[in-house]
Structures are given as C-alpha cells and as structure tokens.
Design a protein around this ligand. Structure first.
Ligand code: PLP
Length: 462
C-alpha cells in the first residue's frame, strides 16, 4: 500500500498530503486507478489524526486527483497510459475555468470594493477609527447588533430585538458557535442527505455524528426526519431551506410548516443556514420563524454582499440564549472583527448592502439564463437567483467520470459525493457553480464543454 514521504511542517498537514498525492502521481509512484490506503490505516501509519487524512483526501478529490466514495475505496483518477492531463496543462497556464468554487460573481467585489473606498474615507473623516481597534463585547457592539437586527428583520418581515443577535465571523463561524453551544461530542446532528461540505467538515472536527435525511426537489422530507427522531435522539437539525447547496431547492411554505412541527414535537433545535436567503426574491418566510423558540437563524453577508467581510448575524431564540452563544464566540475568536462589523452596519443602513445584492442578483440571473440555454434538454435543477446548477447525468455517466472528463477539457466541477452524507450512494449528478468564472465568455466555454461531453458516451466506465 502507498505511503507518502513524511509530511512537511510548513503547511497544514492535510494540504501537504494532497500535495504528496499530486507529486506521486506526477512521478509515477501512484499509478492511475491505484487504490489509496483506507483513511484510518494511513492516519495510523503517519501518526496523524483521522481528520487530517480525510481532509487531505477531500482536498485531493477537489483537485481532481482522486475519485471514490467513503466505504467503497479511494482511487487515483484513471487516465489513459502515458497521456498527460490536458487539464493540468491548462491549469498551469491559468486557463482552467473553475465551476467547482462556490463564489459570488466578481461584480460583488467590484461593487463592494468601490463602496469600501468611500466608507473608509467616511470613517476616517468621522474620527472613530481607533475605537475599532479595541476589544469589543463578544456578541458585538450594540449598534452593530442593531444593524444586524435590521438586516434580519428585512428577511423575516418582522422586527427583531438587537439583543437576540450575535455577530459572527461569517456563516461558517456562526455554525461553529451553534454546534458548540448545542451539541456534545457523539451527539447526532441531522442534515439534508446532500449538504454543504463545510458543515460536514465542521461536524467532523467537533466529533459529532451526522445523519443524512432524505430529500426531494423541495428539500428535507418531514416524514424521514420524524422516522429518524423516533429511532435516535437528534440534537439539532442543520438545513438550508432556501437555495439549498448543492440542489438549489427552495422549500415551499407548507413543507416548512411540517418540518417545524416535527422539530417541535421531538425538541430538535433548528440551525437554519440562510446564507443565500436574501438573494431569492421568492423565498418563503424562514423556517426559524415557524418554530422561533428553538431556532438559530444564520444570515451571512458572504454571498450577497462581500465574503471577505466575514460578517454573519446569528439570530438566537431569545436574549439569554444569545448570551450563551456569545460564550462560544468568546471561546473561538473573542469577537467578530469590529472594523468589518462597522462597515457592514453602515452598508446595511445606507443601502449599499442592498445595492450590491441587486448587482449580484442581476449578474446571477444572466448567468443562469446562459446556463439554461446551453444545457437545454439536460435534467437539471436550478433557480434564477441561485449560484448553482444541479445537473443530473444521463444514463451511463457517473459523476466521477464527468468530473474527470471535464477536468481534462479544462473545466472543474464538483461531484455529488462531495455533498453526500451517510452510506447511501450519492446520485449521478454534479454541481456547477456559475460565479467563479471571471468572464461570461469563459463561463460559456465551460458550459459548452460540459454540454458537449454529455452528448458523448462516457469513456472509462468509472
Ligand atoms: C450553505 C452554505 N453555508 C455557509 C457557507 C459559508 O458562508 P460564510 O462565507 O459566511 O462562512 C457557504 C459557502 O459556501 C454555504 O454554501
């Protein structure tokens, strides 16, 4: 069995492991189709923890170096013998079109960047800059919590008390804070059977057990959640009812009501990730508003305004719970960055945040129109204001095969197993993210490449 050379210490070890896999493929030590060691074996042999290996394999999978699925083995991506990978050559020249990265379209940074220059000027003129370099309360300054409450209130359609808001360093941090407060190692947290990989990674780090719940085109099936709750004690449900990642589903209101009832019946806390919620003009009221006493609502500015601000507003059921969540903020980062919290507050109150969001929406709509026209005839799920296309593959194609072929042709996409939870094999599908391509031309080329591939027969039978 393959064992890499020792991992250098100047890099996070999981990245070093992915680099070693790449080097050994390039040198021929790892041959196409070779099986990689099971994660636990490799962890024991290298004397590192299991998470390092699983993150390293996930990174290598993301780079298109390996394929496979938990439980069925991990393999070096097959290639025809002696054939250099076109995708690697293209990537070297910086021409890879990356539809695997889940980024807002570049217009967001352009618009927000222009606003930032002005906002920093206004801040300097107002003379309040140095106060933003001090430590602040863990949940954030009350003025910033009030601005966050205003942002969340616009989504909820009802006023929100600032004392219920905890400012976090992005949605990922808000999820960390929720899980630290709500669950202990070994507890079960339920989520959609296909879910945001950042959540899976986080739950793994916190030693939680993640149970995937059956989904359909509307999201989680309440009956499946009820069955799980009857069998096991479920501490929390993590879900993204609006513009779900990766399937883009928006859960209808009736389904939300049923889901809220199941959560209430079994006392399951709801962690609602609304990171895309502000983008969808047809979004029903949040699930959290239907079971407010046990819901934790996460509204981030990352997707609609600016990811680099690292600001999310976590709405707690009440002020006392917000204090408890603030203890987890203290334990993880002390407080969200006051400077960016201040910028976010100004943008919410002066209309910049909504202006940037409108620009993002308009760009996303136009990218979605382009994708729909190029992929017409394919089985896919999409939403006019969503970042992704969930493409269900024609018979004969597996997602690993399409990812590999697309990569060779210079296009990166994400296989369904990146999102899968549990032992059920994931569907033959891929996620195409429309935001990262820098230009519409590049996006069009990439989409045409995928469409052309799907018209052909798969080659390697992966
Ligand atoms: C469903 C979901 N939640 C959370 C995040 C992370 O958001 P943030 O950048 O605010 O941490 C992402 C980003 O990809 C996401 O898709």
């Amino acid at each position: 069995m393959w064992t890499p050379k020792s991992l250098p210490r100047d890099l996070p070890r999981y990245l070093a492991l992915a680099d070693r896999i790449a080097e050994d493929i390039a040198s021929g030590r790892l041959q196409p189709g070779m099986r990689l060691p099971p994660q636990r074996d490799l962890a024991a042999r290298l004397g590192v923890d299991f998470t390092t290996i699983s993150r390293g394999y996930a990174e290598a999978r993301r780079r298109g170096l390996i394929v496979g699925h938990v439980g069925r083995g991990t393999f070096v991506r097959p290639t025809r013998e002696g054939e250099p990978l076109a995708a690697d050559r293209i990537a070297d020249r910086g021409e890879l079109v990356d539809m695997s990265l889940n980024l807002p379209p570049g217009i967001a940074v352009e618009e927000a960047g222009r606003a930032l220059a002005e906002t920093l000027g206004a801040l300097r003129a107002a003379g309040g800059l140095s106060a933003l370099l001090d430590y602040q309360p863990n949940a954030g300054r009350l003025t910033d919590r009030a601005a966050g409450a205003e942002w969340v209130a616009r989504r909820l359609g009802a006023p929100v008390a600032p004392e219920r808001i905890v400012i976090c360093g992005g949605a990922q941090h808000a999820l960390t804070v929720c899980l630290l407060s709500l669950a202990n190692p070994g507890d079960i947290v339920a989520t959609e059977a296909l879910t945001y990989p950042g959540f899976r990674a986080l739950a793994e780090q916190l030693h939680l057990r993640v149970e995937g719940v059956e989904i359909d085109e509307h999201g989680i099936r309440p009956r499946a959640l009820r069955e799980l709750c009857r069998r096991r004690t479920v501490r929390a449900l993590y879900c993204t009812p609006t513009l779900h990642n990766p399937t883009t589903a928006v859960m209808p209101i009736e389904r939300r009501r049923k889901l809220a009832r199941v959560a209430e019946e079994f006392g399951v806390a709801i962690i609602e990730d609304d990171v895309y919620g502000t983008l969808a003009t047809d979004a029903p009221p949040p699930l959290s508003s239907l079971a407010p006493a046990q819901s934790y609502f996460v509204a981030s500015l990352s997707k609609a305004v600016a990811s680099g601000l690292r600001i999310a507003y976590l709405l707690a059921p009440d002020a006392r719970t917000a204090d408890r969540l603030a203890a987890a903020v203290r334990a993880t980062t002390w407080m969200a960055t006051p400077l960016t919290a201040e910028i976010a507050s100004r943008w919410i109150l002066d209309g910049t945040a909504e202006r940037v969001r409108e620009a993002v929406r308009a760009e996303v709509r136009s990218r979605q129109r382009l994708a729909r026209s190029i992929l017409a005839g394919q089985r896919m799920r999409a939403h006019p204001e969503g970042f992704h296309i969930w493409l269900e593959l024609p018979p004969g194609w597996s997602s690993a095969e399409l990812v590999m072929q697309a990569r060779r042709a210079g296009v990166a996409i994400t296989p369904s197993d990146a999102f899968a939870v549990g032992s059920e094999p994931p569907p033959a599908a891929v996620r195409l993210s429309l935001g990262a391509a820098r230009t519409t031309d590049a996006l069009e080329r990439a989409l045409r490449t995928v469409a052309r591939l799907l018209e052909m027969a798969p080659r390697s039978g992966l």
